[in-house]
Design a binder for this molecule. Structure first.
Ligand SMILES: Nc1ncnc2c1ncn2[C@@H]1O[C@H](COP(=O)(O)OP(=O)(O)OP(=O)(O)O)[C@@H](O)[C@H]1O
Ligand SMILES: [Mg+2]
Length: 269
């Protein structure tokens, strides 16, 4: 079993991440026991930042891959490329991560095609191997290698669901937007706007989030709140910033937009 203390902590280059629950401890346990981890949660709630923070904290390089339905297994593992008349094998990000003992983060993994998830299977059980058919190699993942994947269950449809044989290879943790007393300091730290001015924006975000499922597909993300606070901090009028960052991105429907603006008026008085 690897000892995470063997990997140096680098506080100076640590991306800021405010823990919301016990997710940092869970990540460390998963890493120490060489178990893959699945992060579930809505857009803009901090999943990517969390992985960047934990990779730096554990002193591991990070390879991030955004999955989409054109992504092939070869995009992950590698392929032969023509270089100056020769064909040269070039590792993909997953292979590089396995060779280096890095963290490989597969964002929106439900978008990946079946042939991609098949490549992940021998890496995500106790074999921890990556067979490379094209080169004839079978790589054994070193202790420092960890596979992390994320997806947004809100967008999931039956066709896109992860197969049980894939999802049951990962530990899983659910992310949600931080509670107000945690989100206010996060938005203030990221935007530079004082907490007293961030607080009403977070109150509005939570009022808008309460409408999710009725008129809105997704609630206001922490990311949008940070955009809003950043605009206000740089001198934009709050009403204008709120409209551009917290209202318009949520809907294209004129009636829904009018309803959201009314919620803003009522919430902010
Ligand atoms: N707990 C947190 N600590 C510090 N910053 C946070 C936290 N949560 C969210 N943020 C901020 O919110 C922004 C958006 O988060 P992030 O990009 O990690 O979201 P995500 O969950 O990966 O979204 P998506 O699913 O769209 O990729 C980050 O850039 C960061 O500024
Ligand atoms: Mg992300």
């Amino acid at each position: 079993m690897p000892d995470s203390a063997a990997f140096p902590v680098q506080p100076a280059s640590l991306p800021f991440y405010q823990p919301v629950a016990d997710e940092c401890a869970l990540f460390e346990h998963a890493f120490n026991h060489r178990l893959p981890l699945l992060l579930k949660g809505p857009t803009g709630c901090g999943k990517t930042r969390f992985v960047a923070h934990m990779a730096a904290r554990l002193g591991r390089p990070l390879y991030t891959v955004s999955c989409h339905d054109d992504l092939t297994a070869a995009d992950l593992t590698g392929r032969y490329l023509l270089k100056g008349g020769d064909t040269v094998w070039t590792d993909g990000p997953l292979t590089r991560a396995v060779r280096e003992g890095a963290i490989c983060y597969l964002d929106e993994v439900v978008e990946a095609r079946k042939d991609v998830t098949v490549v992940l299977h021998p890496l995500t059980d106790d074999r921890r191997i990556l067979p490379l058919e094209r080169t004839g190699e079978t790589l054994e993942a070193p202790d420092g290698f960890m596979l992390v994947a994320s997806y947004n269950p809100g967008y999931q449809n039956v066709l896109k669901a992860l197969k049980p044989s894939t999802r049951q290879r990962f530990l899983a943790v659910e992310f949600d937007f931080p509670k107000a007393d945690q989100e206010i300091p996060i938005v203030a730290a990221e935007s530079g706007l004082p907490e007293s001015r961030v607080a009403p924006l977070v109150r509005l975000a939570n009022a808008l989030r309460a409408l999710k499922g009725q008129d809105l597909e997704e609630g206001v993300s922490t990311r949008l709140l940070i955009y809003c606070a950043t605009l206000i901090r740089s001198g934009m009028k709050p009403e204008r910033a709120i409209r551009a960052a917290l209202i318009e991105p949520l809907t294209d429907d004129a009636d829904v937009r009018a309803a959201l603006l009314r919620v803003a008026d009522v919430t902010l008085g």
